[in-house]
Design a protein around this ligand. Structure first.
Ligand code: GDP
Length: 525
């Protein structure tokens, strides 16, 4: 082995940034990459905005397609740490892959627009993180604009997400009147416009937690207000606890402005201090595998199909859970026992390096795939024979009826559907009475990918009939009674033959729950 495995693993910090569209995820990602020196110029993350593409093959493919479905991985070094940021696509790119990406990270950063507070998509992604019990760090963004009162934002965060919060710093003013951050954790004030004062960015706090009385900011009403808030929080707020952060029960909150690059570096440095290094990963047999185990192992958390008909290949994203990956090594696919030589690997970075030569536990690698891998697959080297725990399924919210346009194509229609469902691209249901096919997704993009791939990979044109949003709830098999079906719900079975209702809306679901109080209604996640 060419490197000190433990040292290399311990330096990894692998996380995702979660947010509602437009909260500033891209902007903050770019700032982080700039600090890490991974890219020379901001604007290369979302290539479509600037026409400035990162140079990996995959990005090239995306450019041809014009839309981005890549949950790309960006890597950089900072302060002796190797940072891996996994992108979680939002907007029209939101899909189950966005959720599954969260299965491959050790921590999450939640970016919140301070004028808007906790929004719908943030809440959904947060719940997946909580289910995993990973630490969650909050960045309240857009402080350069007039937003909501910081105390209000904290209260909402705690109430809506049911998590404790601990402000690591506190805004001194906001919008045009933003003067700085009262940094509770570092015991200093960070100035927004140091040039307005003596040019120093930081003012150390004295023993009373105050800035020197002769500082011009001292008499400013925004400073007095910030001090009052901080005092209140010190008395009535939560206590800082590294342990509770690690358990995902307390979120450290940072304020700042990604656009004006204010508070981002402080955030990065503090985050890296508390973000966890890769830990042992759970197996199907409820054991764990240490990341320092010398044999390589990892699992597939996402498969990205190429939508360009000229390229059939796909990319399987692997989270490395133990050992070291080396290009050209032999690995086994646990599900089939088949052996592969891993020559075509790539790592998604926002710089020009394309091929990854080695990676260790905590890193993400992308493998070119011609159809061998499925989501949730485990790969391992040597005699490890490990199978990692299954990835969860997520409750779909959007549904479409699906049929083959050409009835003569039934065989390829079924084959394509089987494979795409198995791969995790889409979820499939059958109506109980008529055996009609219904597909479900968490984002519109999944349908588009499905339709495109059915045509290009299985030569089948499918007709999708939108059914709109539905509230899906599973029931126990013994409760199944076809008479419970009505015009406001559809009774279907999933691919494991488990019955569920697709309710027209929440109202229809509650009506049902009232009528059949003994029937347990279950959501996946
Ligand atoms: P994403 O959808 O979460 O990736 O959001 P973007 O990073 O693309 O940002 C959405 C919009 O908000 C863009 O117009 C950004 O310039 C803007 N934005 C991001 N961060 C800030 C900020 O700190 N302050 C202000 N005023 N605007 C911001």
């Amino acid at each position: 082995m060419s490197l000190n495995l433990k040292e290399a693993v311990d330096s990894r910090r692998t996380f995702a940034i979660i947010s509602h569209p437009d909260a500033g995820k891209t902007t903050i990602t770019e700032q982080l990459l700039l600090f890490g020196g991974a890219i020379r110029q901001a604007g290369t993350v979302k290539g479509k905005k600037t026409g400035n593409f990162a140079k990996s093959d995959w990005m090239e493919i995306e450019k041809q397609r014009g839309i981005s479905v890549t949950s790309s991985v960006m890597q950089f070094d900072y302060d002796g740490k190797r940072v891996n940021i996994l992108d979680t696509p939002g907007h029209e790119d939101f899909s189950e892959d966005t959720y599954r990406t969260l299965m491959a990270v050790d921590a999450a950063v939640m970016v919140v627009d301070s004028a808007k507070g906790i929004e719908a998509q943030t809440k959904k992604l947060f719940q997946v993180c909580r289910m995993r019990g990973i630490p969650i760090f909050t960045f309240m963004n857009k402080l350069d604009r007039d937003g909501r009162e910081p105390l209000d934002l904290l209260a909402e965060l705690e109430e809506v997400l049911e998590i404790e919060s601990y402000p690591m710093n506190w805004p001194i003013g906001m919008g045009k009147g933003l003067e700085g951050l009262y940094d509770v954790y570092h015991k200093r004030v960070e100035l927004h416009r140091p040039e307005k004062y003596d040019g120093e960015r930081f003012i150390e706090l004295n023993e009373d937690g105050d800035i020197p009385a002769d500082h011009p900011l001292h008499k400013d009403s925004v400073y007095t207000q910030a001090m009052e808030d901080v005092e209140l929080l010190t008395e009535a707020g939560n206590e800082f606890s590294e342990e509770r952060i690690a358990e995902g029960k307390l979120t450290p909150v940072f304020f700042g402005s990604a656009l004006t690059n204010f508070g981002v570096q402080t955030f990065l440095e503090t985050f890296l201090q508390f973000a966890p290094k890769p830990s042992a990963h759970k197996t199907l047999a409820e054991e764990t595998v240490s990341p320092y185990e010398k044999e390589f192992s990892g699992f597939v958390f996402k498969i990205q199909a190429n939508m360009n008909p000229a390229h059939r290949d796909r990319i399987a994203f692997i989270r490395v859970c133990s050992g070291e990956f080396e290009r050209g090594m032999d690995v086994f696919l646990e599900r089939t026992g088949k052996k592969f030589k891993l020559t075509n690997s790539t790592q998604f970075m926002a710089d020009s390096r394309e091929t990854v030569e080695s990676a260790v536990a905590g890193d993400i690698i992308g493998l070119y795939d011609t159809g061998n891998y499925q989501i949730g697959d485990t790969l391992y080297s040597g005699k490890m024979k490990v199978a990692y725990e299954e990835l969860p399924q997520f409750t779909p919210e959007l549904f479409m009826k699906v049929t083959a346009k050409n009835v003569m194509k039934q065989k390829s229609f079924h084959k394509g559907m089987d494979q795409l469902v198995q791969e995790g691209a889409i979820q499939l249901y059958k109506t109980i009475l008529t055996e009609d096919y219904i597909i479900g997704a968490v984002g519109q993009l999944q349908f588009e990918v499905f339709q495109h791939r059915m045509l290009n990979e299985y030569n089948t044109e499918v007709i999708l009939t939108p059914m709109g949003n539905k509230t899906a709830r599973w029931i126990n098999e013994e409760d199944l009674d076809e008479r419970m079906s009505s015009s406001r719900n559809i009774l279907v079975k999933d691919r494991y033959n488990q019955p569920l209702f697709l309710f027209e809306n929440q109202f229809a679901m509650r009506w049902f729950a009232d009528k059949y109080p003994d029937v347990e209604l279950k959501a996946l996640l």
